[in-house]
Design a protein around this ligand. Structure first.
Ligand code: ZN
Length: 72
């Protein structure tokens, strides 16, 4: 399972999470997935491309995601 390293858009702390194809709705790219930061416990929407690489991220919960992923 691909491991992604990024930063939380709320608190800017480093975050690490696993993501797999079944975590996203692959009918649209970039596909939203919900990420919950371990440091601040806030949810963000990360948008990933077809290789599950993060394209961009937004604060809060945007529509279209199918799964919430906790960070390690
Ligand atoms: Zn955070």
């Amino acid at each position: 399972m691909p491991i992604r390293f990024n930063t939380c858009p709320h608190c800017e702390e480093r975050i690490i999470f696993d993501i797999e194809m079944e975590d996203i709705n692959s009918s649209q790219y970039p596909a939203p997935v919900y990420i919950v930061c371990k440091s601040c416990n806030k949810l963000s929407t990360f948008y990933v491309d077809s290789l599950l690489r993060v394209s961009y991220k937004e604060l809060g919960k945007k529509s279209g995601g199918i799964k919430r992923i906790d960070t390690k």
